[in-house]
Design a protein around this ligand. Structure first.
Ligand SMILES: Nc1ncnc2c1ncn2[C@@H]1O[C@H](COP(=O)(O)OP(=O)(O)O)[C@@H](O)[C@H]1O
Ligand SMILES: [Mg+2]
Length: 280
């Protein structure tokens, strides 16, 4: 059973330390569930006021899937992504990520799991201004104390820069790149450790139409060519239309799950029609 944690957990956690660069952790068979949320609730207490950001969300993501989480501003999308990626703890419910029940891990184990198995891209790229493209992409290795000049790491960086179409920009610093290029560096940095899951929260939120499209194309290639599992949070139906499946959130609840299937044309028409039916 994919989701029953066992006594080998501790040794598996040691084995997935990113300091051991090659090869990545064993991956589930194609199409196996790789991420599961069970009845997640999240309450924020803000100066005496209770905000119920999530009110019982369940979802499953299978290996290789490209899933979008959509919904209006304030519907709980970012909160959900933080819980799915182990950046925050739910008030109730649980998250199972690559066979690990996140709530049962120590802080240290959770940090290791996050570093080894997840990559994150946010709306604002958080690149380091003084570092060039290669150095920014190498950061996860530098942080883990792995020599970023080793053959394996150099090859990985070259490969991931080709995937996001940045070959030739290796020595540029962030201020010498367009916003779209900077965001593709952020994607390369998130992918270079070959995470089991790539999480992206409104990655096109700061980009114009054309550069947003280039970024979505890069995400799509990671999914279609590399079998990368992607969870994309967006309020934008054009972005969500790149996904195989879309969960729609409203007021902290999933109100719909829309199977679009894998489509190279990313036509947003069917999704928009469904959202209109839902009154969104
Ligand atoms: N750290 C926080 N403290 C208090 N309330 C929060 C916090 N983060 C989010 N919220 C509230 O939770 C709800 C959901 O927020 P969020 O997950 O950011 O929604 P979305 O990403 O869909 O815009 C909103 O009402 C928001 O104001
Ligand atoms: Mg948000």
């Amino acid at each position: 059973m994919a989701f029953v944690p066992d006594v080998r957990r501790a040794s598996r956690l040691r084995a997935m330390d990113p300091a051991t660069v090659a090869p990545g952790p064993p991956r589930a068979a194609p199409g196996m569930p790789i991420l599961e949320a069970r009845d997640l609730a999240k309450v924020y207490n803000l100066g005496g006021t209770r905000v119920e950001a999530l009110r019982g969300v369940s979802l499953t993501v299978r290996e290789g899937e490209f899933v979008a989480i959509m919904g209006p501003s304030g519907s709980g999308k970012s909160t959900l992504l933080q819980l799915l990626g182990g950046l925050d703890q739910p008030s109730a419910g649980e998250v199972v990520l690559t066979d690990e029940v996140l709530g049962r891990l120590s802080d240290d184990e959770l940090t290791k799991l996050r570093r080894a198995r997840t990559g994150f891209v946010f709306q604002f790229f958080n690149l380091i201004p003084l570092l060039d493209v290669v150095e920014n992409v190498a950061l996860p290795f530098t942080i883990a104390g792995v020599d970023s000049r080793s053959c394996d790491v150099v090859a990985r960086i070259r490969d991931v820069l080709a995937l996001v179409d940045l070959t030739g920009k290796e020595r540029h610093r962030p201020d010498e790149l367009s916003a779209g290029e900077q965001q593709r560096v952020a994607i390369a940095r998130a992918l270079v450790t070959r995470p089991a899951l790539l999480f992206a929260d409104e990655p096109t939120g700061n980009l114009d139409y054309t550069t947003g499209g280039e970024l979505l194309d890069a995400l799509w290639r990671s999914s279609d060519e590399r079998n990368q599992t992607v969870v994309l949070v967006t309020h934008n139906s054009r972005a969500a239309a790149y996904a195989d499946r879309v969960y729609v959130l409203r007021d902290g609840r999933t109100i719909d799950e829309i199977a679009l299937g894998r489509r190279a044309d990313h036509d947003a028409g069917p999704l928009i029609a469904r959202l209109t039916q839902l009154g969104l």
